[in-house]
Ligand binder design. Structure first.
Ligand code: 13P
Length: 243
C-alpha cells in the first residue's frame, strides 16, 4: 500500500462513464507529465475496461477505480471485487461518490463494507461525502458530513490508509463552488472537530478546473482535489497536476 502521508497534494481524475480507445490515445498524447513535483500524487480513475491501456501510459501517475463490489467473491453477476482491482494495478478506489449514493442507492453501510474490502486488498479507499443544496440551505452541512464520514469508515481505517473527499453535491458538474473561505472552513471542521478523522487527508471536489485548482489546493486545510469534467481534458488536467 502506498504511503499517503509522504505526498504533499493528491490530485484525482474521475473520468466517470467516459472514454474510448480513441479518446485514450489522444488523451495520453496530450497529457504533460514531466513537470509534476515528486511529492504530488496524481491518480487517474478510468472505467475498468481501460485499466491496462492506461497503466502502460501512466508513468508517475497511479491507477484508481471508481467503485468496487461490496462482496468479496461468489454469485454476484456483473460485479468486480477489490482483489480483482488490485490484480490489475489499482492503488486507489473511489467509494461512496454521490452519483453512486443517489443513482444506485448506496448507503453509508455499503460504503463502509466496500472500504473495508479495499483495505483488505491493500487499496486506498477515497471515501466521498457531501451535502445537497437543500441541506446546505437549512444549515445542515456539518451535521450531514459528520454522519456520513463516521458511518462510512471501516474499522481498520486510519489516516495512513484512507482518504476522504468532500464534494458538495450542488457543486458537481455545475460550475458553482463554495467560496475559498467556505471550502477551507469546512475542511477545518472535518479535520479538526471530528475526532474519528483527525489528521486524515481531505480532498475537495466539485467544479474544479485549471483556473481554480491552484487556489483551492493551496488552502491550509485542503490536501488535494477530486476532478470530474476538467480531468477529461488532457491540457486542463496537465495544468491541474502542475498547480
Ligand atoms: P466535476 O469536476 O465535473 O464537477 O465533478 C466532480 C466529481 O464528481 C468528481 O468526483
Amino acid at each position: 500500500m502506498l504511503k499517503i502521508k509522504e505526498f504533499n497534494k493528491i490530485i484525482v481524475a474521475n473520468w466517470k462513464l467516459n472514454g474510448s480507445n480513441d479518446f485514450l490515445e489522444a488523451y495520453f498524447d496530450k497529457l504533460v507529465l514531466k513537470d509534476i513535483d515528486s511529492d504530488i500524487c496524481g491518480i487517474i480513475c478510468p472505467p475498468i475496461t481501460y485499466f491496462q491501456k492506461c497503466h502502460s501510459k501512466l508513468h508517475s501517475l497511479y491507477l484508481g477505480a471508481q467503485d468496487c463490489s461490496k462482496f468479496k467473491d461468489g454469485a454476484y453477476t456483473g460485479e468486480i471485487s477489490a482483489s480483482m482491482l488490485k490484480e490489475n494495478n489499482c492503488e486507489f478506489c473511489i467509494v461512496g461518490h454521490s452519483e453512486r449514493r443517489h443513482e444506485f442507492n448506496e448507503n453509508n453501510e455499503d460504503i463502509k463494507i466496500k472500504a473495508g474490502l479495499l483495505l483488505d486488498a491493500k487499496i486506498i479507499p477515497i471515501i466521498c461525502i457531501g451535502e445537497t443544496l437543500e441541506q446546505k440551505k437549512i444549515n445542515k452541512t456539518q451535521e450531514i458530513l459528520k454522519e456520513q464520514v463516521i458511518n462510512s469508515l471501516p474499522q481498520k481505517s486510519s489516516k495512513e490508509n484512507v482518504i476522504i473527499a468532500y464534494e458538495p453535491i450542488w457543486a458537481i458538474g455545475t460550475g458553482m463552488t463554495p467560496s475559498l473561505q467556505e471550502i477551507n472552513n469546512i475542511h477545518e471542521y472535518l479535520k479538526k472537530d471530528i475526532e474519528e478523522v483527525e489528521g486524515y487527508k481531505f480532498l475537495y471536489g466539485g467544479s474544479v478546473n485549471s483556473e481554480n485548482a491552484s487556489e483551492i489546493m493551496n488552502l491550509e486545510n485542503v490536501d488535494g482535489v477530486l476532478v470530474g469534467g476538467a480531468s477529461l481534458k488532457a491540457d486542463q488536467f496537465s495544468e491541474i497536476l502542475k498547480a
